[in-house]
Design a protein around this ligand. Structure first.
Ligand code: ZN
Length: 454
């Protein structure tokens, strides 16, 4: 009898011990990846729950506001608009829409997302539970955008500027040209020719119609807040087609033998195989595209204010134009057409080693070797407007330097893919290469930029 009691005690203790130990087993882990801070009219919710083999005994997602809880998802119950999919062996990925559209009772103000998940342990006798919460702000005020400036004329491959209002003040906004976004920047504080802009909701956006976009591409203002609320507005704009020249470039072995090994020595981005022509084609295609992507990436580093003082960009008029913007080039080797590319800049030649000056006041973002562009300088003029100087024989500035209009940046040369000593010059608007000629024209600067700021 004593023995039996002892045995029962041991079994009970062991079971109790197992029960307690099981309670300390790893609970499911919950990650609320979206929303981060704001919930709006329609905001994506993204939750990842992981447990061994993704075995859960219960899972609930709720939105709590003013003491009320609104169910968003319940395992085993009506899933509503939630989508659940496995991610690997141990994870479940739950997505749905959370916002006014999904929860009509939702009001502006604070709210909390609560996720509860439990998994079975000890053969299902016990469950271990985890709870994760995310405090959010419900924002239901729709962003608004409205145009302030008038007469927006855009040439194919050219630039334009708009002044508009965006409210509330902390939203993202800009111009959408087809599917390309051009961010707007606060205009308040900007002083152009002695005129100071005070309206805190006023924005300035420089935008462009890419040389290869249709002239009928829709152009409109956009705004969106962090809660996912968005707005669009049309404004008066006219686009004009522009014929681009066609040119033929004869490639000879002397040129290929000079530029191909030099460019490949300076880059690790492409490693083409084959003869010199095959390597040239890889440089002219693949490396050109990669270099273009790198150049476009500098748009992110632009200053939010205009760094130039409203004066025309230095027009390099003492030089001969060898090639204009968006020339359609056919490359010919031994009588055969071997490649086609668009030349997105101006080629300007005077004499070898000409001092190359900053087109306007700005900040040096890049001053180094860059593939087909050879020794290259990129200047930021603020609000997405940038200028590029390529094929230099030497560079006299470094990234981070502020330069004044017409300050020397280096000397012209023939580094990179250059047939002879010349400056390859282009302007960029939010990473898109645009026709620089417009920026050289006092009349254009006056009409497109300065007039709208008054
Ligand atoms: Zn060029």
């Amino acid at each position: 009898m004593r023995f039996l009691l002892g045995l029962i005690l041991i079994v009970v203790l062991a079971a109790g011990g197992a029960y307690v130990v099981a309670g300390h087993s790893v609970a499911p882990s919950i990650t609320i990846s979206k929303p981060e801070k704001f919930v709006g009219a329609s905001t994506p919710l993204e939750v990842v729950v992981s447990a061994p083999e993704a075995r859960l005994s219960a899972m609930r997602i709720e939105l709590e506001q003013n003491g009320k809880r609104f169910p968003l998802y319940a395992m085993g119950g009506e899933t509503g608009k939630a989508e659940v999919r496995p991610e690997g062996a141990d994870k479940l990925h739950i997505t749905r829409d959370v916002g006014k559209a999904a929860v009509p009772e939702l009001e502006a103000g604070s709210a909390r997302i609560i996720v509860t998940a439990s998994r079975p342990v000890l053969y299902g006798i016990r469950n271990v539970e985890s709870i994760a919460t995310r405090d959010v702000t419900v924002r239901l005020e729709r962003p608004r955008v409205s145009v302030m400036s008038t007469h927006h004329y855009i040439n194919l491959g050219g630039s334009e500027m708009i002044v508009y209002r965006a409210t509330p003040a902390d939203i993202e906004s800009g111009v959408l040209v087809g599917d390309i976004e051009y961010p707007g920047y606060p205009a308040a504080g900007a002083t152009v020719e002695g005129v100071k802009i005070n309206d805190p909701s006023a924005r300035i956006a420089f935008f462009a119609l890419r040389y290869d976009q249709d002239v009928n591409t829709p152009i409109r203002l956009f705004a969106r807040d962090e809660a996912g609320n968005s707005a669009r507005a049309d404004f008066d704009s006219r686009t004009f087609p522009k014929p681009f020249k066609k040119s033929r470039i004869a490639l000879d072995d002397r040129f290929l033998e000079r530029v191909v090994p030099a460019i490949l020595d300076g880059t690790t981005e492409v490693r083409p195989e084959g003869d010199t022509l095959a390597k040239f084609l890889a440089i002219n295609g693949d490396l050109r595209r990669r270099n273009g992507d790198k150049i476009a990436s500098f748009a992110k580093q632009t200053a939010p204010e205009m760094l130039w003082r409203g004066a025309v960009f230095h027009p390099f008029t003492n030089t001969a134009v060898e090639s204009a913007f968006a020339d359609q080039r056919t490359y010919v080797y031994k009588g055969k057409d071997v490649d086609r590319q668009t030349h997105l800049g101006f080629d300007l030649a005077s004499f070898a080693g000409t001092p190359i000056v900053a087109a306007n006041r700005g900040k040096v973002l890049f001053a180094d070797e860059l593939g087909i562009y050879g020794n290259c300088v990129i200047l930021d003029h603020g609000m997405g407007v940038q200028s590029l100087y390529a094929h230099l024989s030497s560079i006299g500035v470094k990234a981070g330097d502020m330069v004044q209009k017409e300050q020397e940046l280096g000397k012209s040369g023939m580094t990179g893919m250059a047939g002879g000593d010349h400056l390859h010059y282009t302007m960029l608007v939010s990473g898109q290469m645009v026709n620089p000629v417009e920026w050289w024209d006092q009349h254009w600067i006056e009409d497109r930029v300065l007039r709208k700021l008054r």
